[in-house]
Ligand binder design. Structure first.
Ligand code: NAD
Length: 370
């Protein structure tokens, strides 16, 4: 028997207080899903739909508490609003988290139950892959809802969006190098890639091809070995000492909040540019600290938008060339943000958020008038 519950009143109050101070308004809808028979515990957060339906992946993670999962989904969904807006997509921001161990708790029944829940949101939220949810899982979700993207190529989808994300991050990094060194080439640059999962591995390949000297770090030794055996000349960095490395670029490609007061105290790099969402533990504080330390921070939601572009193109009928062509715009978009930040003497994260908010405001207004 299934037992499902929507957001309780007490939980709604918690959510409302967690949202105070959000620049583009609070979340529009937050729904908790429980299903006894499959053990599913999930939260969907719809942040903003002014530009279109909320699109964002589903993450499965062993959150210690429900509050921790809620905080994550609120932050991630808000980031998706900014990402879609600054990328020029007609999409809003949303995200889902499934609380549980993907290795032991993920099953066809659980994923299909989740798909049914997503379907109940009637298209206000469209789901996709994220950490621990891959294309095979998306296939199961798609059996229960059409509000899903990121299907395997054999089913007419764009497949794993990670290579496109990695390509966009690489271009964002080259735009950063152009801003800092006057030359976009990464040849000879020392780069630390933290997290060599799907995106990190592909990014390392681009970096090595461009002539960069690469260090990798990961908590998963299998992923470290996979990169070391595939790409020659890559060095493994120890977690304890990696932020002390003499490096030019730090690329966070694991989970969020790795750019914080402790890491910034040690980091001596000139650029931070990576794939992870919500890299800055505190956007205002650490965005400002980066500027004060003379570190160019390439806003995460701007340069990691390749995956979102890829899945958004699938909604129109997938075309790989179009996905890569649209992703190439990340280079100019990043250069534009760096230019604004320099002219106005503000942190890059602030410049990027302002551009996104302006589009949500101006274009959102037009959409409302139809
Ligand atoms: P992934 O799960 O394939 O890889 C993440 C890697 O980080 C894993 O190898 C994991 O072991 C490692 N890791 C986790 N915690 C770590 C830590 N504390 N120190 C070092 N390594 C650690 O995920 P992915 O798809 O490669 O995504 C990476 C990041 O980029 C995530 O934050 C994700 O939200 C973000 N992102 C991914 C995409 C995409 O297309 N996949 C798009 C946009 C943003």
């Amino acid at each position: 028997m299934s037992n499902t519950t929507e957001l309780s009143t007490a939980k709604a109050r918690d959510v409302a207080s967690a949202l105070s101070g959000m620049e583009v308004g609070g979340h529009e809808q937050v729904v908790h899903f429980y299903d006894q028979s499959t053990g599913l515990k999930a939260i969907v957060a719809i942040h903003n739909t002014h530009l279109g339906p909320a699109l964002g992946g589903t993450r499965m993670w062993t959150y210690k508490t429900e509050e921790e999962a809620l905080t994550d989904v609120l932050r991630l969904s808000r980031g998706m609003t900014y990402k879609a807006a600054i990328t020029g997509l007609n999409l809003g921001g949303g995200k889902a988290v499934i609380i549980g161990d993907a290795k032991t708790q993920k099953s066809e029944a659980l994923l299909r139950r989740f798909g049914k829940f997503v379907n109940g949101l009637a298209g206000r939220y469209i789901t996709a892959e994220d950490v621990n949810i891959g294309t095979r899982d998306i296939e199961y979700i798609a059996m229960e809802t059409k509000h899903v993207t990121g299907l395997p190529e054999i089913l007419g989808g764009g497949g794993d969006p990670s290579p496109v994300t990695a390509y966009g991050v690489f271009l964002g990094m080259r735009a950063s190098a152009k801003e800092v060194y006057g030359n976009e080439s990464l040849a000879g640059k020392k780069v630390l890639v933290q997290g060599v999962g799907k995106v990190g591995q592909s990014l390392v390949e681009h970096l090595v091809k461009d002539g960069a000297k690469v260090w990798i770090n990961d908590i998963n030794s299998e992923n470290l070995n996979a990169v070391s055996s595939k790409v020659s000349g890559v060095m493994v960095a120890d977690a304890e000492t990696m932020f002390d490395l003499d490096m030019d670029i730090y690329a966070p490609c694991a989970l969020g909040a790795s750019v914080n007061s402790a890491s910034l105290e040690k980091l001596k790099c000139a650029i931070i540019a990576g794939a992870a969402n919500n890299q800055l533990a505190d956007e205002d504080l650490h965005g400002k600290m980066c500027s004060e330390k003379g570190i160019l921070y390439a806003p995460d939601f701007l340069i990691n938008a390749g995956g979102l572009i890829n899945v958004s193109i699938e909604l129109e009928g997938y075309n790989r060339e179009r996905a890569y062509a649209k992703t190439e715009r990340i280079f100019d978009a990043a250069s534009n943000v760096f230019g604004i930040a320099k002219r106005e003497n503000i942190p890059t994260i602030q410049a990027a958020k302002r551009l996104a908010e302006q589009r949500i405001d101006s274009v959102g207004r037009i959409r409302l008038s139809f």
